[in-house]
Design a protein around this ligand. Structure first.
Ligand SMILES: Cc1ncc(C[n+]2csc(CCOP(=O)(O)OP(=O)(O)O)c2C)c(N)n1
Ligand SMILES: [Mg+2]
Length: 784
């Protein structure tokens, strides 16, 4: 009986090795086809990474064919994309056409993409390090849902990152590791393809063993897959220990160089280095050159059995785990171990040699099972079909739509006019949401990198609590110490408090903003930070948007207007960041009611099919609120602009402002009316939305069958052709200066182009030419 089980196991291992060879083949061939066979029209190198793929095929085969379950989610090392697509093809989830069009328009993407690929990509990757962190935050998001019963315990998945060792140089990984530790995350596997090569070179030896120590310090379980079964067996023989010790102490570059040079070079070097060890020499002599080369290079990360055993051990609990799987970059390919192999491509002759070696029939290169016996063919098909991951389970979910609050409901929270700031208005709306007991309110989740209180989220958190897997009482409250912040921490809490690392905020928003497709449960994530520090997490913000994660980002305070805080905190370029970021509509309201309307809009956009994320750039400046006589402004706020004071037809002058400088614009406008009674005052709430609508209208003439008038063209239409326009924003003036092009008007753009400094508003606005006088000067300039 035991014999039969062992035989079955041996047979399965053989099949897994065979399928792994075919995955290696298909990935290599896909890259070869794109570079050498497909017609090139532009002479550009297409690229693809055959060495990086070969490094990971055993790990990925073991994972996808045995360990992965349908509820698990994976972030694949970006440059192992061809391996991923090859595996998906075997599962019948990726077409041959897409493989043939790898890196071409409409084909399989160079780096796995949630939105552009049609096969089953869980997390996009590309910018190394971000996919790694993403899995930790996806796990946090899953815990958040599990605490609400929205993910059942038996349906909880593992969030798995397959990463390169050089990715471990990315600091964002350690920021995420620290946050993961604080949040006690589980169900997370980080599988490191530890080939000790980066893009440029072999990596420094000095980090050996240190990585394990770092992860252990963070409370992770470390699985080091250093040796293959073949090596362990050889090392157990007389003289074997010397071989093991040699590899253990060899410098990286020497090991890599010998891996490249192969068996004879190994023999020569080992015979010299181990000259005094008769047993070792005898052992080496027992191997043919090829076998010696294979023995020395088949490390743990290339040993199916070793990997499967490690995955099996790891499946016994939900502790976060890092697998340090030793590999050789490009193993089995002609450039294995070569330090320049990152972008290396096999030649025609080399790929033909690989094809012959793996038993693929010439002319049948696209058939991953080509050249196999009928029995093996059937057995391999069976193996793929039996893989737990092959189960026909819906992996991309459709979450039911949740009614979101109407603008009126949120406007009620900021009614009363008077004097308010947009940041305070945001806080009031969130406080109002916290008070509601509808489904929407229960699905709002807030998060902030240690600026919860100073961005006015405190009220929401007081009411809804902080999310923490293990409940923690507010000690200050129990001891009756007065405090404005009552932060009870429990599984039911709806605020995820993060450490200061802004990068983590954006990855957290990416994960929380994807719970609908990933887990079938919609959340409405609201993240806050100081506006200047968006720059700190910019790549992660881009990463979140690239995956079409949906959230509301509230950046406050902003600009020179946070005057006494000084130049280090005054954001200048953030409006341009907002304008240029796809997947993110950016707005800069001036008034409380505008803020409320935009929040209602943003919540709707979070779950709209063609929706988007929203960025609100807010201010702490308290300003007088306008008296509204009708509701027309509401539409304009969302569309990007409206006339706060409409111009008379043929007006020669208009002032356009964004955000907290509204009072200066108004003061200048009142003064201008004496000479230019026809002038208008334009409130711009989104240069971003306005500009996109304008360029789109320009394109529509050719792309969608006819001309249409954009919002901004319609708004500016009453002005005379040669009217002057003065624009004003507490940020980069180029945000608004394009308005002059809409109708070919002359324009003066006021804004910030140099670093600010501490001061009070009158001093700073005067010094940086953002005050009413500056606006009047600009108007005079245009009119004279
Ligand atoms: C943020 C970022 N910087 C640079 C790159 C370019 N790049 C792609 S792969 C790579 C090195 C990868 O080395 P490693 O992670 O060890 O993967 P391997 O190919 O060795 O498996 C670099 C620098 C990138 N993709 N992302
Ligand atoms: Mg590497």
């Amino acid at each position: 009986m035991a014999e039969a089980i062992l035989a079955a196991k041996r047979q399965e291992l053989a099949l897994l090795r065979r399928i792994e060879e075919r995955i290696l083949w298909l990935a290599s061939w896909t890259i070869h086809n794109a570079n050498h066979l497909r017609e090139s029209r532009d002479g550009l190198k297409v690229g693809g990474h055959q060495a990086s793929c070969a490094s990971m095929t055993t790990l990925m085969t073991a994972l996808y064919m045995k360990a992965l379950r349908p509820q698990d989610r994976v972030a694949v090392k970006p440059h192992a994309s061809p391996v991923f697509h090859a595996i998906q093809h075997l599962f019948g989830r990726q077409s041959l056409e897409k493989l043939k069009a790898f890196r071409a328009l409409g084909g399989a993407q160079s780096y796995p993409s949630r939105t552009k690929d049609t096969d089953d990509v869980d997390f996009s990757t590309g910018s190394v390090g971000l996919g790694v962190a993403m899995t930790a935050f996806a796990s946090l998001a899953q815990d958040y849902l599990a605490a609400r019963g929205a993910v059942k315990p038996e349906k909880m998945g593992r969030m798995i990152s397959l990463l390169g060792d050089a990715e471990l140089d990315e600091g964002n990984i350690y920021e995420a590791l620290i946050e993961a530790c604080k949040h006690d995350i589980r169900n997370t596997w980080w599988i490191v393809d530890y080939n000790r090569q980066s893009l440029d070179a072999t990596t420094q030896d000095r980090m050996f063993t240190r990585y394990g120590e770092i992860f252990e310090a963070a409370g992770w379980t470390v699985e080091t897959l250093k040796w293959s079964k073949r090596q362990r067996e050889a090392f157990a023989k007389p003289g074997g220990e010397a071989l093991r010790a040699w590899i253990e102490t060899a410098p990286n570059d020497l090991y890599a160089a010998l891996s490249y040079q192969g068996g004879a070079a190994w023999r020569e070097r080992l015979s010299t280095d181990l000259a005094g060890d008769a047993h070792a020499l005898e052992l080496i002599a027992a191997y043919k050159d090829v076998d010696l080369g294979e023995l020395m290079t088949e490390l743990g990360g290339h040993c199916m059995e070793t990997i499967l055993e490690a995955f099996e051990r790891a499946s016994q609990d939900d502790a976060p785990r890092v697998f340090i799987a030793y590999t050789v970059k490009g193993l089995r390919l002609p450039f294995q171990g070569h330090k320049d192999n990152h972008a290396g491509l096999m030649t025609e002759a080399q790929i033909a040699e690989l094809r012959a070696r793996l038993g693929v029939v010439e002319g049948e290169e696209w058939d991953p099972l080509s050249g196999l016996s009928a029995a093996e063919h059937t057995a391999l098909k069976g193996l793929v079909a039996r893989a737990p991951f092959a189960a026909q389970v819906e992996r991309e979910h459709l979450a039911p739509a949740i009614p979101t609050p109407s603008p009126d409901a949120l406007l009620a929270a900021v009614s009363g006019g008077g004097e308010q700031s947009t940041q305070a208005a945001f806080g009031k709306v969130m406080f109002e949401i916290a008070r509601r007991d509808d489904e929407f309110a229960g699905r709002v989740v807030t998060t902030s990198p240690d600026v919860t209180v100073s961005t006015n989220l405190g009220g929401f958190v007081n009411r809804r609590g902080v999310f923490q897997r293990r409940a923690h009482e507010d000690v200050f409250k129990r001891r009756r110490i007065p405090s404005a912040q009552v932060w009870s921490k429990a599984e039911t809490g709806q605020h995820v408090e993060l450490g200061i690392a802004e990068n983590n905020l954006f990855i957290a928003l990416a994960a929380l903003g994807l719970t609908a497709p990933l887990f079938g449960e919609r959340l409405f994530p609201v993240g806050t930070l100081y506006d200047p520090f968006i720059a700190r997490g910019l790549d992660a913000l881009n990463y979140a948007c690239y995956q079409d994660a949906r959230f509301l980002l509230v950046a406050t305070p902003s600009g020179l207007t946070l005057a006494p805080e000084g130049g280090a905190h005054q954001s200048i370029g953030s409006p341009l960041i907002g304008m240029s970021q796809p997947g993110l509509d950016s707005y800069e309201p001036a008034f409380a009611d505008e803020t409320a309307v935009l929040m209602a809009h943003a919540f709707g956009q979070i779950q709209a099919e063609q929706g988007t994320s929203t960025y609100l750039r807010l201010s702490t400046r308290v300003i007088a609120q306008p008296a509204r006589t009708d509701d027309a402004w509401r539409r304009g706020v969302v569309d990007g602009a409206y006339w706060l004071r409409p111009p008379a037809p043929g007006a020669r002058l208009a002032i356009a402002y964004a955000g907290a400088l509204a009072p200066e614009a108004l003061a200048a406008f009142e003064a201008v009316l004496e000479d230019e009674p026809d002038a208008g005052l334009l409130a711009v709430t989104s240069a971003d939305v306005l500009h996109r609508d304008w360029t789109d209208a320009g394109r529509s003439r050719w792309t969608s069958g006819g001309p249409r008038t954009s919002t901004i063209e319609a708004l500016l239409a009453p002005l005379s052709r040669d009217a002057g326009l003065v624009t004003l924003i507490d940020g980069a003036p180029s945000t608004l200066s394009w308005l002059g092009s809409v109708r070919g008007m002359r324009l003066r753009a006021l804004g910030l182009e140099t670093f600010g400094q501490s001061g009070d508003l009158p001093d700073l606005y005067a010094k940086y030419r953002l005050d009413a006088d500056a606006i009047l000067d600009a108007c005079a300039d245009l009119l004279l």
